[in-house]
Ligand binder design. Structure first.
Ligand SMILES: *[C@@H]1O[C@H](CO)[C@@H](O)[C@H](O)[C@H]1NC(C)=O
Ligand SMILES: *[C@@H]1O[C@H](CO)[C@@H](O)[C@H](O)[C@H]1NC(C)=O
Ligand SMILES: *[C@@H]1O[C@H](CO)[C@@H](O)[C@H](O)[C@H]1NC(C)=O
Ligand SMILES: *[C@@H]1O[C@H](CO)[C@@H](O)[C@H](O)[C@H]1NC(C)=O
Length: 187
């Protein structure tokens, strides 16, 4: 039963990859190879928040999905700040473009799709239960979020390796940090 389920799932994945591939071939001939390349999760207090999953799942053909399950032990939470910093790799990762701090609950009340934070939050919302405003009274689950050029919309991000580091505080205490590594690439 399990084997049948798994192979059906892979068939579906394979089929969608094939379809995607043929669409692209008929398209303008430029193919994106942008994708997540690594994921790191850190908690500063295991009794407050714990990652029971933090995994980059390889899908097919160089695609990769971010999977996170964050357990929260002190809920509800309705005060969340987030520090965003972006790094670009030259020899080692250097600060690049974004280094800001924002009130996450405010951001969620009005997701501005023209801002970088808005684009990232939009993308996260499509694949997670972090799709509503504060307060949060449940575990946070992120299910196979893929990095695609579409996610960036018109943001001009040169081809390179990047690291996006998100650090979350609740009630003025740092709780967790998630670092997502990705490559922006066109072949
Ligand atoms: C960790 O979190 C727990 C639960 O909120 C709290 O009781 C404890 O004081 C925290 N530990 C530290 C070192 O902050
Ligand atoms: C971001 O800015 C803060 C202060 O505004 C600074 O302390 C920190 O080092 C900066 N981080 C990066 C990666 O530039
Ligand atoms: C990140 O948060 C700390 C503590 O609130 C703050 O001092 C620092 O300036 C923040 N970094 C940025 C880039 O805003
Ligand atoms: C948020 O996501 C969950 C799980 O996918 C879904 O059940 C729920 O309806 C969504 N809520 C909103 C406001 O989109």
């Amino acid at each position: 039963m399990v084997a049948v389920f798994v192979s059906l799932r892979w068939l579906l994945v394979a089929a969608s990859v094939l379809l995607l591939g043929s669409n692209l071939r008929e398209g303008e001939g430029r193919r994106s190879n942008s994708r997540f390349t690594n994921l790191m999760c850190e908690t500063y207090n295991e009794s407050y928040a714990r990652f029971s999953r933090c995994k980059l799942k390889l899908l097919a053909r160089g695609r990769a999905g971010v999977n996170i399950h964050l357990q929260l032990f002190q809920v509800p939470i309705d005060n969340v700040w987030i520090n965003w910093s972006m790094y670009r790799r030259y020899n080692g990762y250097r600060p690049f473009m974004y280094n800001i701090s924002s009130n996450f609950c405010k951001l969620m009340e009005n997701v501005n799709q023209m801002s970088f934070e808005g684009l990232v939050i939009r993308a996260i919302m499509t694949r997670s239960n972090l799709n509503h405003t504060c307060p949060y009274d449940h575990d946070i689950i992120l299910d196979n979020l893929e990095f695609t050029d579409d996610l960036l919309k018109n943001l001009p991000l040169p081809q390179a390796d990047y690291k996006l580091q998100l650090r979350f505080a609740t009630y003025k205490t740092w709780r967790i940090q998630v670092s997502a590594f990705f490559v922006r690439d066109e072949v």
